[in-house]
Design a protein around this ligand. Structure first.
Ligand code: ADP
Ligand code: TRP
Length: 337
């Protein structure tokens, strides 16, 4: 049987190259393999911090558009919106009963959100339980995620283990897949992660060519002149090399050789050109999709239609194991009573 890959994209604003290289690129590349893929827009996860509902609706939709524009192919991957499959939440409730609340409170993302001033609502605390449900409901073998989600995936495995120990083998333990550029750094401060909370260090996928050029040309480097890769001692140029490698498909070693004896300006100019060549088709596809919103919705609805029966089947199995009475359409309803 082919292996199962599950991943969610949280719609939380404009996408930058860190989101692309850290998350989306891998989802696209995995389409070359003989796997069964469930990719979804994690809209419920995007509601745990303060937001504006009408803006969020647009962000959810745009996340789907961006995923399609970046190369998620609905013929190869089941693409849907998380909240369209309420079964995830049903499973999340059951998983919550075997999750340690202390462990939830120790999640780095949770602690950081609270530190940054977010109200510690229960949704924020329970966030990883829903994520575990998203993954376990499809019996995922692999979960491609950025480095920052590693801890949530470890918790998912702990939750699966706890359920299996209490109720018998029900879930298999999924593995995280991290890619070559799990942590893209900010262009303006390469010691910090590229993040939309500091937009001036971000290269957005929607940036027009002139802006891309300006951001790359003024990206922070150091006072040396040669092009070499040493993330600890030379974070700026090393970050640019990783990004350049990620979009061009050429290895860092190859790029270093290519630019031997050349200065920063030449390197950056070449990188900006290739970045624009890379972004152009993506931006054009995005524009096309935005002009045909109905067909985007249709893709998402068809994706949900495919995922729903699979999720429901798993939930029924889990409910039975947990001692619940199956729903009327399950002929094992009265067994054991
Ligand atoms: P941001 O940090 O800009 O708010 P999100 O938290 O919305 O981004 O990130 C969405 C996903 O994109 C993350 O789960 C992570 O996998 C990936 N990601 C975000 N920033 C980076 C980065 N700088 N480098 C690599 N991957 C990233
Ligand atoms: N929490 C993930 C993020 O912030 C998004 C997500 C939700 C996810 N459910 C998931 C990722 C399941 C992988 C699998 O990026």
């Amino acid at each position: 049987m082919s292996k199962i890959v599950v991943s969610g994209l949280k719609p939380s604003g404009k996408l930058h190259i860190g989101n692309y290289l850290g998350a989306i690129k891998q989802l696209v590349e995995l389409q070359k393999k003989d796997y069964k893929r469930f990719y979804f827009i994690a809209d419920y996860h995007a509601l745990t911090t303060k937001y504006n509902p009408s803006e969020k609706r647009v962000e959810i939709f745009n996340m789907a558009v961006d995923a399609l524009a970046a190369g998620i192919d609905p013929k190869k991957s089941i693409l849907f919106i998380q909240s369209h499959i309420p079964t995830h939440n049903n499973l999340a409730w059951l998983l919550g009963t075997v999750t340690s609340s202390g462990q939830l409170g120790r999640m780095i993302e949770y602690k950081e959100k609270i530190k940054s001033g977010q109200v510690p609502n229960a949704g924020l605390l329970n966030y990883p339980i829903l994520m575990a449900a998203d993954i376990l409901i499809y019996d995922a073998d692999f979960v491609p995620v950025g480095e920052d989600q590693r801890q949530h995936l470890e918790l998912t495995r702990d939750i699966a283990n706890a359920f299996n120990n209490n109720f018998g083998e029900t879930f298999q333990l999924p593995k995280a897949l991290h890619n070559a550029t799990p942590r893209v750094m900010s262009l303006s401060d390469p010691t910090k992660k590229m993040s939309k909370s500091t937009p001036n260090g971000c290269l957005f996928l929607s940036d027009p060519p002139k802006v891309v050029e300006k951001k790359i040309m003024s990206a922070k480097t150091d006072s040396q002149t040669s092009i070499s890769f040493d993330p600890k001692k030379r974070p700026g140029i090393s970050n640019l090399l990783s990004i350049y490698s990620g979009i061009s498909g050429r290895s860092i070693e190859k790029l270093v050789k290519e630019f031997k004896g050349k200065g920063y300006a030449e390197f950056k100019k070449s990188m900006a050109k290739e970045m624009n060549d890379f972004l152009k088709p993506l931006q054009m596809k995005r524009k096309k999709l935005l002009a045909d919103k109905k067909s985007v919705m249709k893709i998402l609805e068809e994706g949900a239609k495919k995922a729903i029966p699979i999720a429901e089947r798993k939930l029924a199995e889990v409910q039975k194991r947990a001692g619940l009475i199956p729903t009327p359409n399950d002929n094992r309803r009265l067994s054991g009573i």
